[in-house]
Design a binder for this molecule. Structure first.
Ligand SMILES: C[S@@+](CC[C@H](N)C(=O)[O-])C[C@H]1O[C@@H](n2cnc3c(N)ncnc32)[C@H](O)[C@@H]1O
Length: 219
């Protein structure tokens, strides 16, 4: 399935400065726990268990998890990557204490390779925004793999539409977010995600809470 530049742009267009200013409350405190049925403590735990002091964050949004998780050291190397300059600016300000490196790029394309590799990479709540099917979107893990040091870890979450339980309200939101092109996940299923991680990494696990698949995998 070929995706167009316009479809890729649509997946990041919602993150305006205004949206980012209400993101933590509206999305993380209301929609994620009550509509997608995954309280964000689960995501904080995932970050605390897997983040390293040499970390790349892909699809940074408001930077909430980076700002609220515990790095293993006070002076981590932190790099931020996003297609949307608003998200990069907003997050860079939130985590300025870590003096982050900033990269603007589309994760569906190979990442520039002259940067130093990382011990952990997070891609949290991004895959459901990307155009394509779950199997075509899995290319992001090839791009991530190329940037991980031996023993490195990738982790994050994504909202699925197939293979997860949904009530009528969840289905309504899922359809609405897809119609508005904030999400592109109507064909995203659990088994393709699990198989894609197993094929690419030595060890992987996926845990589903509500409609959210939380994953981690090791090189
Ligand atoms: C839903 S937000 C997730 C923010 C954050 N990771 C979190 O969990 O709260 C999705 C982010 O992914 C970015 N994004 C969307 N499509 C992208 C792409 N093709 N390449 C890189 N970033 C992308 C958006 O600009 C936005 O900042």
């Amino acid at each position: 399935m070929n995706v167009t530049k316009e479809q890729v742009e649509a997946g990041q267009a919602a993150y305006t400065p205004r949206m980012l200013s209400i993101y933590n409350f509206l999305i993380l405190r209301v929609i994620v726990p009550y509509i997608w049925k995954c309280p964000i403590d689960n995501v904080i735990k995932l970050y605390n268990a897997n983040i390293s002091s040499n970390h790349l964050e892909i699809g940074v949004g408001s930077g909430y998890f980076l700002d609220n998780c515990k790095f293993p050291s006070d002076n981590p190397r932190l790099a931020l990557m996003d297609l949307n300059p608003n998200s990069l600016k907003f997050t860079a300000e939130k985590v300025s204490r870590y003096k982050p490196e900033i990269y603007r790029g589309n994760i569906l394309e190979p990442i520039e390779t002259d940067m130093e590799k990382f011990d952990s990479i997070a891609i949290n709540a991004v895959i459901h925004c990307l155009p394509g099917t779950m199997s075509t979107k899995l290319v992001v893990f090839d791009h991530i793999n190329a940037l991980l040091n031996p023993g490195g870890v990738v982790f994050g979450s994504t909202i699925l539409n197939i293979g997860v339980k949904q009530n009528w309200l969840t289905k309504k939101f899922m359809k609405n977010f897809n119609n508005r092109r904030i999400f592109c996940n109507l064909e995203d299923d659990l088994s393709t995600l699990e198989e894609g991680l197993t094929e690419r990494f030595s060890k992987s696990e996926v845990k589903v809470i509500g409609t959210v698949a939380l994953f981690r995998a090791e090189v």
